[in-house]
Structures are given as structure tokens and as C-alpha cells.
Design a protein around this ligand. Sequence first.
Ligand SMILES: NC(=O)c1ccc[n+]([C@@H]2O[C@H](COP(=O)([O-])OP(=O)(O)OC[C@H]3O[C@@H](n4cnc5c(N)ncnc54)[C@H](O)[C@@H]3O)[C@@H](O)[C@H]2O)c1
Length: 308
Amino acid sequence: MGRARIAVAGAGLMGHAIAQLFASAGHPVAVYDPDPAALASLRPRVGAILELLDLDHGAIDRIAPTADLAAAVVDAVFVFEAVAERLEVKQSLFEALDRLAPPQAILASNTSAIPIGAIAARVRDRARVLGAHFWNPPYAVRLVEVVQAEATRPELVARTIELLHAAGMSPVHVRRDIPGFIGNRLQHALKREAIALVADGVCDAETLDRVVREGFGARLAVLGPLEQSDLVGLGLTLDIHRVLMPHLDRTPVAHPYLEAKVAAGELGMTQGAGFRRWTAAEAAAVRDRFRAFQVAQAKAAAKRPRAT
Ligand SMILES: NC(=O)c1ccc[n+]([C@@H]2O[C@H](COP(=O)([O-])OP(=O)(O)OC[C@H]3O[C@@H](n4cnc5c(N)ncnc54)[C@H](O)[C@@H]3O)[C@@H](O)[C@H]2O)c1
């Protein structure tokens, strides 16, 4: 038997990389997108990843771009959705997927933060809907959070984990369908405090990033936060928490400092200003640094034995 047929809905930043991942693992991959430009550029963008990672270009021939959703999913075993992060868009797409994909197909959303149960609201068989939250770019960051919603059949979570493993990814099982799952909750808890520190004038954005990159962030890839607590002893963590917890930011909405930046059009590097000011050369230097890191990570990941 050949490899399971995969369908990807959305040929954007995440969709094209998810397609590459499965095509490189030998799966036939149909990719649906309503935007002709996204479809036309799909294969060249996949080709660029293969070039970057020095992978077999034969994977491109296993990718079939289409503007016809029914054709994309008609014989799919797994469907991975990677369209805009808007509830209404995802709900209506899943309603269509439920109608068009085979009844036994697993329907997975790559949402960053929307609960899977909400995305599946208009699906008849909600037992087959789950989250498969990839990180950008999937070829360098192998973790995938596989999210079990209240209605999800556990066996389908296990099958998705198995598929991802076999494709060289590192899937984890998220047992509750909560906004942001695990990774984005942690990441944005850090961002909340980071924004508050800058907004309160404790430091500027550049200093804050240095504290993370050159401080505790440098060890995070080899030592998780709870491992680190176990390493130094929980007594120390408790002593620190007793002093610190009452002082951490607990703004229950998006921080007004962030709201004001966006309202002022200070959206980041492309505007020349975000949390800090950026010249074109400074922005290019950050992009180059990040790209070099991603390529090194991806090449190292290709050589590493897979976690079991
Ligand atoms: N960008 C990231 O770093 C990242 C990381 C993890 C998860 N995600 C999530 O992945 C999803 C996609 O994000 P992205 O960054 O790839 O977005 P993107 O804007 O690059 O791509 C989205 C694609 O979906 C297409 N699309 C729009 N409406 C559609 C519809 N109704 N049906 C099918 N396709 C449609 C668009 O034409 C576009 O090509 C979002 O849910 C996002 O939150 C993004």
C-alpha cells in the first residue's frame, strides 16, 4: 500500500511548508487554495525549501495544487487546514470538508489559538476533528501539538501522531482543547510580561530581547523550564515565586501599549517601527540571522534520530 493521501487547505506560509513535509515523506499531497496566485507560486515555494535543505526535488511531483476543494479532498486520508486565523473562515471550511472528504478522513486544523471545538461547530461528525499545530517553519521546528478536543476520538489522535512521527516530526498530545494550547500560551505569557516591562519603562525593547536571547533563552532549547526547576531544586523556584508572583503583569486583555502601536501603524520591521525602530539594513540583518539559524536547525533535525 502507498503512503496515505494528504490534502492541505491553504497554500500560504504554513500550507506550502506542510505540503513539502508530507511530499518529502513520500505522500501524495493535494493543496487547495482559492487564490490563483498562491496556487501558481506553490511549487516554486516548495522547490525553494527543497533547495535550501538540499532535498530531493522529486517531492514537487507529488504535490497537486487545485482551486477545487472537492477534488483536493475527495480521497484524502488526512486533511490539514492552514487558512486565515479567523473563526468564521475556518468554521465554513470545516463544514465543507465534512461534506466533501471521505467520512473516515481525519480533519486537522493548524490554528494557532482558536479552540478546535469552536472550529468544528458546524461539523456533523466532530469526533474526526482535531488540532495539528505546526510551528513556522515546520522543516526547522519539528514540534507539532496534536490537540484532542472534547469530541475527538482518541484513536484518531494516535493515528495523527503516528503519521507525523513517520514524516520526521515530533508530535505531542495536548489533552485539553484550550485557547493557545501549550506552546502559544507559554510564548504569549512571556510576551505579556515583556510588553509590560517595556511599557513601564523598565528597559527598552532591544534590552529586553538581549536578556532573553543571551540569558535564559540561550538554554531553553536544551533545558525546559520545569527540567530546569527540577535541576536546581523546587525549593528555589518556590522561594522565587513567593516573592515574584504578586508583581507579574496580569493585564487580562491585549496590552494597551500594543494596541497603541498597532493603531499608530507601527507594525514592525516592514513599517520601520514596531517595539523598536528598524532601518532596512537592521531588519535584513535580523532576517539573515534567523534564516541561517533555521537552515542549521533543519539540517541538524534531518540528522537527529527521531524521538519515540
Ligand atoms: N505563520 C505562522 O507562523 C503560523 C504558525 C503556526 C500556525 N499558523 C496558523 O496557520 C494558519 C495559516 O497561517 P499562514 O501564516 O500560513 O497564513 P497565510 O496568510 O500565509 O496563508 C493562508 C492561505 O489561506 C488561503 N485561504 C484564505 N481563505 C481560504 C479559504 N476559505 N479556504 C482555503 N484557503 C483559504 C489564502 O489564500 C492563503 O493562501 C493560521 O491559522 C495561523 O494561525 C501560522
